[in-house]
Design a protein around this ligand. Structure first.
Ligand code: C5P
Length: 238
């Protein structure tokens, strides 16, 4: 899969515990983005009915569930989230191949079947942070290892930083999806993200989906911020 498969690759991260705020941002940015993302903050505060409300906005929804547990538990959770009508959700690749395979097998008869993606290394972690949790080697080596494991487990792609897209392509081929957070338009604050790139740099590097949160949601005018990213991408994409 390449970026050209998505007319607009930007998925907006609706990281808020406030459903009214999430719906307001979703409707405001709808003309300028390709999808919406709900993550742990939203899902924990508001639950599955709120996820359905975001699905009803009418754009593909990425449930950033980041499941990481024993295979049986993750399989059940995967099936439950797949039934909400989301287009995509994810698990942590570090949960292991059996866990990923269990999730993939649990959703085979869900129609339409959502894409199942594995988180490799969080974009907030740098090599020093990885060393502190006992992981030897660079973040790139860990992404490479986990992407290959995710593909072996039957997943559709990975979440990685823009800096590792080429590596994932080399190891997993052109059809394996790359979903890329840590996107920062030039001049915007990195916040807690460490391995960042601009939207057009990430697309040029081959990202299929760009996850953008605070640069849009914390802007004074989220619709304008989303539009300006869409315009930047239309200048750089084929
Ligand atoms: O606000 P910002 O653009 O940093 O938001 C990035 C979003 O992507 C957040 O919702 C975060 O949870 C998510 N994410 C991430 N790194 C990953 C996977 C998901 O930042 N590896």
């Amino acid at each position: 899969m390449s970026a050209a498969r998505f007319a607009n690759p930007v998925f907006v991260a609706l990281d808020t515990p406030d459903l009214a705020r999430a719906l307001a941002v979703a409707h405001a940015v709808k003309p300028h983005v390709g999808g919406l993302k709900v993550g742990l903050e939203f899902i924990s505060a508001l639950g599955p009915d709120a996820v359905r409300r975001i699905v009803e906005v009418g754009l593909p929804v990425f449930a950033d569930t980041k499941f990481h547990d024993i295979p049986n538990t993750v399989a059940g959770a995967a099936r439950a989230v797949a039934m909400l009508g989301v287009a995509m959700f994810n698990v942590h690749a570090s949960g292991g191949e059996a866990m990923m395979r269990g999730a993939a097998e649990a959703i085979t008869d869900v129609h339409p079947r959502p894409l199942l993606i594995a988180v490799t290394v969080l974009t907030s972690l740098d090599d020093a942070a990885l060393a502190a949790v006992g992981q030897r080697g660079s973040s790139a080596e860990q992404v490479e290892r986990l992407a290959a494991l995710a593909q072996a487990g039957g997943l559709d792609g990975v979440v990685c930083s823009a800096h590792e897209i080429a590596l994932v392509r080399k190891v997993c081929g052109p059809d394996f999806l790359t979903v890329v957070p840590g996107i920062r338009p030039s001049g915007s604050a990195p916040g807690d993200q460490r391995r960042v790139m601009t939207p057009s740099e990430a697309c040029t590097a081959g990202a299929d989906i760009l996850v953008v949160g605070r640069p849009i949601t914390a802007a004074a005018d989220p619709a304008k911020a989303a539009q300006s990213i869409a315009q930047e991408l239309s200048r750089t994409r084929p």
